[in-house]
Design a binder for this molecule. Structure first.
Ligand code: GLC
Length: 511
């Protein structure tokens, strides 16, 4: 039965069967460079669990094509600006009963490696063309492509790579309601004017109230300006980005759109990230059998070539090496931190060449205390979350952050800068909060080396001097509910609001 698009669809979202198309340039495990991939797979899966008809669309990168289950080529068509035919492959997500559409355009997406950069780390020269094409296909499906026989009531775009889809749809009467999620405002998809002229977007979109941003073409503005609702991935980051220090030049626009903009905290996939069942671990454990966690520490030390000793205080880091993540803060405190021979540090990281080299260098000089893996490796990530004692996340800004949530779940208290989603998910340990049973980690206020060092020392003191307190801290984090269900319900409310807004526009157009 067709769902009504009326504001009364409040009930439609409650009854289930809302049709949602999630558009993203990555989705785990089909393709992943960061947290966006985790969210893009687990939110639609959670919506399906709640009875809704969520589907996912991503580009047909080679790995995605290889991993898709039951692939079926649905149709081929031409798209403006593209010589070759574009195809749609339909299949199922590898881990969930989630329908996935792959946009098959080999000339654009059939490249091994990173979706955004070539092997030397430079952006692909045709990124504007590639993601415009992606957005054109998203827009076609959003309007209803006969060969697919399914049309969403809500288009949910994520990050700049999908930002032009609502811009392309703005004058299409049969367009669905649209929601746009910002996972990181620092990545905006900016291109020069010549690119705008070359790629064939409607000239009317070059305006202050359109895609123009300081004389450049901004993909992310398309999502912010033309969507019915816009959100980011934590309430605190939603507040921060309305201010100049965090707004990356878009704070004015985000203030201007008022209530259309909000923050919803990400959840995590409790099936993939569960220390009680995680097959990637040598030893599973839970709150009651917290002592077993130590087996994972010994195994991790072995894997990273460090002396195997339970007595060490092992800190972990997982993430991209970019300024945002504050790894330079870790590097600058290491000389002092490592003076304590019982401290070890394990990093799984990749990114800026200079930082990679600095990390490898320190691992060479301190082989008994520092272990480094350069690259992203899902299995190692799980083992670091489980095997370390504490987890470092000194990000200068952090829209949500997922690794600190994984570390809470794995009983590895996070040590984090009080910013963005880190501040929303970690409760600072004081004698009071520990006694109340609310403490889950350590927060420091300024992204400065001394502040990070001080927070690590606070953690170390508790770990060494009060093992029961440490256990309480760790197991409190393990018992939090940060699964997707609550967040998915908040997205459903946002979808209802977007549908209501869309309906009002339609009514006004008809009046
Ligand atoms: C981006 C953000 C990160 C967030 C993730 C998923 O990677 O930097 O903070 O957790 O997206 O929303």
């Amino acid at each position: 039965m067709e769902q009504s698009l009326k504001p009364s669809s409040q009930t439609a979202t409650e009854q289930g069967h809302l049709r949602v198309l999630t558009a993203s340039s990555e989705a785990h495990p089909l393709i992943k460079t960061g947290g966006l991939a985790d969210v893009a797979a687990s939110l639609p899966a959670a919506l399906r669990q709640l009875g809704h008809d969520a589907r996912l669309i991503i580009p047909a990168y080679p790995r995605a094509t290889r991993l898709l289950r039951e692939p079926k080529r649905l149709c081929e068509f031409k798209v403006p600006g593209c010589r070759a035919n574009i195809g749609i492959i339909e299949g199922l997500h590898p881990d969930h009963e989630l329908p996935v559409y792959l946009v098959d355009a080999p000339e654009y997406f059939c490249r091994e490696g990173n979706p955004y950069t070539d092997l030397s780390g430079r952006d692909w020269g045709d990124n504007a063309e590639r993601f415009l094409l992606f957005c054109r296909v998203i827009a076609l499906i959003a309007k209803g492509l006969p060969a697919i026989g399914w049309r969403p009531e809500v288009l949910h775009g994520n990050d700049w790579q999908t930002g032009l889809a609502p811009a392309l749809l703005q004058e299409v009467p049969e367009r669905p309601a649209s929601v746009f999620t910002i996972h990181n405002l620092a990545y905006q998809g900016l291109f020069d004017r010549a690119t705008f002229d070359r790629i064939g977007l409607p000239p009317s979109l070059w305006s202050l109230s359109g895609l123009e941003f300081h004389q450049r073409l901004s993909f992310i503005k398309g999502g912010i300006v033309f969507s019915d609702r816009v959100n980011t991935v934590s309430p605190n980051y939603a507040t921060e980005v309305r201010t100049p220090p965090f707004g990356c030049g878009l704070d004015g626009l985000l203030r201007q759109i008022g209530d259309r903009f909000s923050g919803i905290l990400n959840g995590i996939d409790y099936h993939l990230w569960d220390p009680a069942t995680d097959a990637m671990l040598l030893q599973t454990y839970d709150r009651e059998r917290f002592g077993l966690k130590a087996e994972n520490k010994l195994e991790l030390q072995r894997e990273f070539g460090l002396p195997r000793t339970e007595d060490a205080f092992v800190l972990g880091y997982i993430g991209r090496l970019v300024e945002q993540k504050g790894v330079d803060l870790i590097l600058s405190i290491l000389p002092e931190l490592l003076q304590d021979p019982r401290i070890q540090l394990i990093l799984v990281a990749a990114g800026e060449r200079r930082t990679e080299e600095a990390l490898l260098d320190i691992a060479n000089r301190c082989p008994r205390q520092v272990g480094v893996f350069i690259g992203y490796d899902e299995v190692k990530a799980h083992r670091v979350e489980a095997g370390c004692d504490g987890f470092l996340m000194p990000s200068r800004f952090e829209p949500c952050g997922l690794n600190q949530i994984y570390s809470l779940r794995y009983g590895t208290p996070p040590i984090v800068h009080r910013t963005g989603g880190l501040a929303d998910t970690v409760e600072h340990c004081t004698p009071q909060s520990l006694a109340d049973g609310t403490a889950t980690g350590f927060l420091f206020d300024e992204p400065r080396p001394e502040a990070l060092l001080d927070a690590i020392h606070q953690a170390l003191r508790l770990y060494r001097e009060d093992p029961d307190g440490w256990r309480r801290l760790a197991t409190t984090g393990m018992s939090l509910d940060l699964s997707w269900e609550a967040s998915a319900r908040q997205y459903l409310r946002l979808y209802s609001e977007a549908i209501g807004e869309r309906q009002q526009q339609t009514d006004m157009a008809l009046a």
